[in-house]
Design a protein around this ligand. Structure first.
Ligand SMILES: Cc1nc2ccc(C(=O)N[C@]34C[C@H]5C[C@H](C[C@H](C5)C3)C4)cc2n2c(-c3ccccc3Cl)nnc12
Ligand SMILES: [Mg+2]
Length: 344
């Protein structure tokens, strides 16, 4: 992928690296969606690399890192949810996790670098539709990747690889051959781990690891932990304060789900309830998603990284609020399952 250097350099000038940090920016519950101004998100992403000591550790150049971040942001389309702001939030959650716990007890330097890069890149060129829809609609991406599974995630990594191979944007070019290969392998594994179907396949091993204790010298434990952490980052909108979380869930995530359901109906297929705007009841779907995926995930995360306890507290508070909305809905005759007041 070639982008005229001058065009990128032109954009460089807009990104004022010395940005003022919003209050509580390093908090796990920081309301990331308040960061609206586009170039501010780039400056803040740059700050995350700097504040985690990655610029010094790996001798990144200001220009290359800024061009890389601009290319990544440009690599996202604008669906309701899976856009640059989602990637920014995912990167921010990992950054705030690194500020809350001593991540060097769990990850090597290279793994921390690969994690932050993968967070920002993990949904590159997302079209707002699921892996199941790629296969059902026989998309080009399904033709390319469906035999291996994780169709979208393989595409997101391919896009990441393209950006790293774009002159002037390869922030890991300065790594020696061995570190370069290790970093790229980790970025691929981490992005592939964002497929929730993959998460469900390995969560029993992660539970086993949490029960026996994390062994830093066990490479498989590193793989299980990287997978657990990236999934926690990818789903982190659900552990933010209810007011922010519920608006993004309703107006961004379910907007995508319902658009996909509309397209499935046009294909003559019957969408899952969560994708059917006529059948979906968001509060009860959220409670199920919480019990089936979110609670087991974050409980495990905290078992391994105890200082991040605040996210489990917030998750439990959010579940109680979803439950109160659901009970209120059930008491009303013709309640509207998609519109709800924010009960905070
Ligand atoms: C609030 C909320 N609800 C969500 C409800 C459902 C699903 C979801 O992928 N369900 C499943 C349902 C079965 C078994 C597996 C594999 C597939 C088949 C698809 C999971 C995701 C949801 N999700 C995400 C999210 C996380 C990762 C990628 C994309 C997204 Cl959108 N982030 N926030 C939310
Ligand atoms: Mg994804």
């Amino acid at each position: 992928m070639q982008v005229p250097q001058t065009e990128l350099d032109g954009a460089l000038q807009e990104v004022h690296i010395t940005c003022t940090l919003p209050p509580n920016f390093s908090s796990l519950l920081f309301p990331t969606y308040i960061v609206e101004e586009e170039s501010k998100s780039i400056s803040l992403a740059y700050h995350m690399f700097e504040d985690l000591g990655l610029i010094n550790r790996w001798q990144f150049s200001h220009q290359t890192l800024t061009r890389f971040l601009l290319m990544v942001k440009r690599g996202y389309r604008d669906p309701p949810y899976h856009n640059w702001m989602h990637a920014f939030c995912v990167g921010h959650f990992f950054y705030s996790l690194c500020k809350a716990v001593d991540i060097s007890k769990y990850m090597t330097d290279i793994e921390v670098l690969a994690m932050l890069i993968a967070c920002f890149c993990h949904d590159l060129d997302h079209r707002g539709t699921t892996n199941a829809f790629q296969v059902a609609s026989r998309s080009v991406l399904a033709c390319l990747y469906s035999s291996e599974g994780s169709v979208m995630e393989r595409h997101h990594f391919a896009q990441t690889f393209c950006i790293l191979n774009t002159s002037g944007c390869n922030i890991i070019e300065c790594l020696d051959t061995e570190n370069y290969k290790t970093c790229l392998d980790n970025i691929q594994k981490i992005i592939l781990a964002t497929d929730l179907a993959q998460h469900l396949r390995i969560i029993s091993q992660q539970k086993e690891m949490a029960a026996t204790g994390y062994d830093f010298n066990n490479p498989h434990h590193h793989f299980l932990l990287l997978s657990l952490v990236i999934t926690s980052c990818d789903l982190s909108i659900n552990v933010k304060m209810f007011e922010e979380s519920s608006v993004i869930v309703r107006d961004h995530i379910y907007s995508e789900f319902f658009s996909e359901g509309d397209m499935e109906k046009e294909l003559g297929r019957t969408p899952m309830q969560q994708n059917d705007r006529k059948k979906a009841c968001i509060p009860s779907l959220q409670i199920k998603f919480n019990d089936f995926i979110l609670a087991p995930l974050y409980t495990l995360l905290i078992k391994l990284l105890p200082p991040a306890q605040i996210v489990v507290d917030q998750l439990e508070e959010n579940r109680l609020i979803w439950e109160s909305i659901s009970i209120k809905h059930n008491q009303e005759e013709n309640h509207n399952c998609v519109k709800y007041d924010n009960y905070t």
